[in-house]
Design a protein around this ligand. Sequence first.
Ligand SMILES: CCCCCCCCC/C=C/C(=O)SCCNC(=O)CCNC(=O)[C@H](O)C(C)(C)COP(=O)(O)OP(=O)(O)OC[C@H]1O[C@@H](n2cnc3c(N)ncnc32)[C@H](O)[C@@H]1OP(=O)(O)O
Ligand SMILES: NC(=O)C1=CN([C@@H]2O[C@H](COP(=O)(O)OP(=O)(O)OC[C@H]3O[C@@H](n4cnc5c(N)ncnc54)[C@H](OP(=O)(O)O)[C@@H]3O)[C@@H](O)[C@H]2O)C=CC1
Length: 272
Amino acid sequence: MNEFAMYASDLLDGRKALVTGGGTGIGKAIATGLSMAGADVVIAARRAEVLDETAAEITAMSGRPVTTDLVDIRDLDTVTALAQRQGDIDILINNAGGQFPQKARDFSPNGWRTVIDLNLNGTWNMVQAFGNIMLDAGGGSICNIVATVGRGIPGIAHSASARAGVVELSKTLAYEWGPKVRINCVAPGQFRTDAYDNTYEEGVGDGFVEQPLPHVGHVSDIANAAVFLVSPTARFITGETLYVDGGLTVQGPMSALPPGGFPERNEPSPHR
Ligand SMILES: CCCCCCCCC/C=C/C(=O)SCCNC(=O)CCNC(=O)[C@H](O)C(C)(C)COP(=O)(O)OP(=O)(O)OC[C@H]1O[C@@H](n2cnc3c(N)ncnc32)[C@H](O)[C@@H]1OP(=O)(O)O
Ligand SMILES: NC(=O)C1=CN([C@@H]2O[C@H](COP(=O)(O)OP(=O)(O)OC[C@H]3O[C@@H](n4cnc5c(N)ncnc54)[C@H](OP(=O)(O)O)[C@@H]3O)[C@@H](O)[C@H]2O)C=CC1
């Protein structure tokens, strides 16, 4: 099966889409999905070489040109400059982000700040810069890639807080920008991208078997959800968060640290 061929190849004809972090992993899959559905895609991040390689790969699959551009979403000046170059977009996917796993009690002030700055402030920089242009131009659609927030994510309290902020931001803007700009989120469960494998210890997510769909997701699962949400097929959906997590948040283990990562949880409770 071609995982990226879920939609008609002209679904997004004539639309321009920008994907942050589109050179790797989930962002690359989303960019591929958008291109396969007919959009003119721009992928933007910090590493030109990675972006160029990915653009060529996507073009080989979809037959459509893919543009690359540079941005550091934490740096407002580069976001503003990107918006001046690529402001005429109809679709924005805020996928760039990430964090490191650590117990909250060990976070340094700068560690906390860095993750909030990337995932909440960085996303906000993009949303405001491009959202304002969409509002002036008449409309558009935004999709923010977050994480499975809603019941806490032990081991990444900084990122969980930032992503919850993005979910609430999206709901708020869905109202404020309602008639013109739709804004939704996709919440991925666990996806074994290169970045994931490089960041998380062996054993994280081993409890998959307890998840309703007991296997790892494919990045195209996220891509298909994101393409749906930004496409006219989802024209009556805004302020929503779509969980693509194999049911992890319904029932499953949730920790970014490997099993045994919180031995203090076996200590007697002072609350009894
Ligand atoms: C069942 C399913 C379950 C599922 C449960 C799992 C759910 C996970 C869901 C998410 C999965 C993914 O995102 S998968 C993709 C994963 N890959 C990533 O996220 C990689 C991206 N991460 C990063 O680039 C970095 O972590 C990040 C800090 C965000 C940005 O790096 P920078 O180079 O800008 O920052 P630095 O200057 O290096 O560091 C800034 C501060 O952060 C601290 N810091 C950085 N890395 C650190 C580390 N590993 N441990 C401690 N502290 C760290 C530094 O010490 C600095 O603080 P001081 O020393 O005090 O100055
Ligand atoms: N994989 C998973 O299981 C899950 C992933 N997520 C989230 O999904 C998103 C994609 O994850 P994944 O594909 O696995 O990870 P990647 O690390 O492969 O993707 C992150 C992308 O964002 C870009 N990026 C990082 N920082 C910046 C920045 N400051 N400015 C611009 N671009 C930046 C990176 O490119 P470059 O370095 O060139 O800038 C990279 O292409 C992330 O937000 C991640 O946290 C959420 C839940 C689960």
